[in-house]
Ligand binder design. Structure first.
Ligand code: GSH
Length: 204
C-alpha cells in the first residue's frame, strides 16, 4: 500500500491514525500548491482531486481520510480507534462527524476564503470566510461542554473523533494567524483535552 499525501490536515489525520496503529507504509508526496492533485492522472485516483489517497497493492484507490482509517482499522483492529460496543461505535461516529462537519469544515472554509490560499482553483469570498469563522467559533462551545464531562470526545477512550478534532484544533491555531480570525480556542476543557491529545507520540 502507498499513501498519496501532502503536508495538510486531512493527510495528518491518516498519519496520526497509522502511528497509533504502528502502521508504516510508503508515502508519495503530492504538491497541492502546484496543483498536482488537479491533473487527470491524479483525478483518476480520486475524482475529487484531494489528498490523501490510499493506493492498495491490487491497484485500487481509496480516498476520504476517515474511509482510509476505517480500512486500516479493519486490517489492524487493535487498538480500536472506532470503538467496540454498539454505543461506543455510534458515539465515536457522532463526535467524529461533529468534529468534521461542524468545526473542521467551517474552519477550513474560513481559511480558504479569507486567505485565498487556493484562489488559483476556486472562487474565494472573504465575507463568507468570516461567516464560517464565526460559525466554527460558536460550534466550539459544544465541544467545550462535552469535554467537561469526559477525558476524550466520545468518553474515556481516545478515538478517531479526537484525531479529527485534535488535528483541526491544531490547524485552527495556524488559521488564526494567517486569516486574522479568533476562534477562541483557549477554553479550559478544550485546552486540557488538547494538551492530553497532543502529548501522544502520534501527534508529534
Ligand atoms: N473529505 C476529504 C477532504 C480532503 C481535502 O480537502 N484535502 C485537502 C488538504 S487538507 C486538499 O487536498 N486540498 C487541495 C485542494 O483543495 O486543491 C478527506 O477527508 O480526505
Amino acid at each position: 500500500m502507498r499513501l498519496h499525501e501532502a503536508e495538510s490536515p486531512n493527510a495528518r489525520r491518516v498519519w496520526v491514525f497509522m502511528k497509533e496503529k504502528g502502521i508504516d507504509i510508503e508515502r508519495v508526496p503530492v504538491d497541492i500548491r502546484a496543483g498536482e492533485n488537479l491533473t487527470p492522472e491524479y483525478r483518476a485516483k480520486n475524482p475529487m482531486g484531494r489528498v490523501p489517497v490510499l493506493e492498495l497493492d491490487d491497484g485500487r484507490f481509496l480516498a476520504e481520510s476517515v474511509a482510509i482509517c476505517r480500512y486500516l482499522e479493519s486490517l489492524h483492529p487493535a487498538p480500536t480507534l472506532f470503538g467496540e460496543d454498539e454505543w461506543e461505535m455510534a458515539s465515536i461516529e457522532m463526535w467524529n462527524r461533529r468534529a468534521e462537519i461542524n468545526f473542521a469544515m467551517n474552519a477550513a472554509s474560513a481559511f480558504r476564503n479569507i486567505t485565498g490560499f487556493f484562489k488559483d482553483r476556486e472562487t474565494c469570498v472573504p465575507e463568507w470566510g468570516q461567516v464560517c469563522a464565526e460559525e466554527a467559533k460558536s460550534q466550539l462551545g459544544v465541544f467545550e461542554e462535552q469535554l467537561a464531562k469526559s477525558d476524550y470526545l466520545a468518553g474515556d477512550r481516545f478515538s478517531i473523533a479526537d484525531i479529527s478534532m485534535g488535528v483541526f484544533y491544531g490547524f485552527a491555531g495556524m488559521i488564526e494567524k494567517m486569516a486574522q480570525v479568533d476562534f477562541e480556542l483557549d477554553r479550559p476543557n478544550l485546552k486540557r483535552w488538547y494538551e492530553l491529545v497532543s502529548k501522544r507520540s502520534s501527534f508529534s
